[in-house]
Design a protein around this ligand. Sequence first.
Ligand SMILES: NC(=O)c1ccc[n+]([C@@H]2O[C@H](COP(=O)([O-])OP(=O)(O)OC[C@H]3O[C@@H](n4cnc5c(N)ncnc54)[C@H](OP(=O)(O)O)[C@@H]3O)[C@@H](O)[C@H]2O)c1
Length: 295
Amino acid sequence: MRTLYLSLDPYMRGRMSAAKSYAKPAVVGQPMVGGTVGEIVKSRNPKFSTGDIVLGFGGWQEYALSNGAGLRKLDPDAAPVSTALGVLGMPGMTAYVGLLEIGQPKPGETVVVAAASGAVGSVVGQIATIKGARAVGIAGGAEKCRFVADELGFDAGVDHRADDFAQRLEAACPNGIDVYFENVGGAVQHTVWPLLNDFARVPVCGVIAQYSATSAMPGPDIVSVLRKRLLLRGFIVSDFAAKQSDFLRDAGEWVRSGRLKYREDVVDGLERAPASFLGLLKGKNFGKMLVRVAR
Ligand SMILES: NC(=O)c1ccc[n+]([C@@H]2O[C@H](COP(=O)([O-])OP(=O)(O)OC[C@H]3O[C@@H](n4cnc5c(N)ncnc54)[C@H](OP(=O)(O)O)[C@@H]3O)[C@@H](O)[C@H]2O)c1
């Protein structure tokens, strides 16, 4: 397979550590792991032919070898093939299962998500809207906030870098928060927490603000979990693998009808992957981070 697109995702930070986790760390001396969209150059597997475009796990390299296990053929006429790494791929499915299976937003409820212009967050807010909830996105900087409100149709975008972030968030959530889709942890989590309503649900998807921390950061106030009868549930997208066909059906239809929009941040050249990955951990990406390895 010749790699066309390499996906850069926050989970890669965890693979660069030997700490015990749900997945094994990347092996030193082997190519760094990563989701890819590639083109079959040569095949001895009858299921794949030269020229097929496939979603796979080729890693940070220009060519990858596969026995065909875990590869999925893509139809370039159905959607741009890069979307298989974003809105119609793992990040989109993470948003779909985390919000609908754990968050379970009801019409009129308020859903808050951070990293709202990114791969997962942008889909969370738009699905919340499709389900009749109010979507409030937290993002870094005025431009990202404008994008989630004006382009993606969130009810509000709130800048976590603003000095008066807490006041702005409270103003954007006059009825409190019923679902907090946890993407970042850290300071944002601390600001969100007091606004949670009784029986709020918190799908714990990621805590990107804490992935490179060298000491434990204070967690959420556990007394409020009891008093407000909160539901917190961590999940990994693969826990809900059985929902993949539902996701592809619904998200495919929403993308085709224009109800689910997406933005990609594409850099050219594999050599730019390390710097782009570091940028992702600092909010420098604007949309799903992809490396175009070949055209
Ligand atoms: N559980 C799962 O199975 C699963 C699967 C996929 C992803 N995830 C998690 O979902 C989250 C979002 O992933 P993604 O792929 O959609 O990435 P992304 O949102 O496209 O990019 C990461 C974004 O995180 C924000 N960020 C980075 N450092 C931050 C900090 N210190 N404080 C606040 N925000 C910060 C930045 O947005 P701003 O500039 O707007 O702050 C940055 O653009 C991550 O935590 C990831 O680990 C979990």
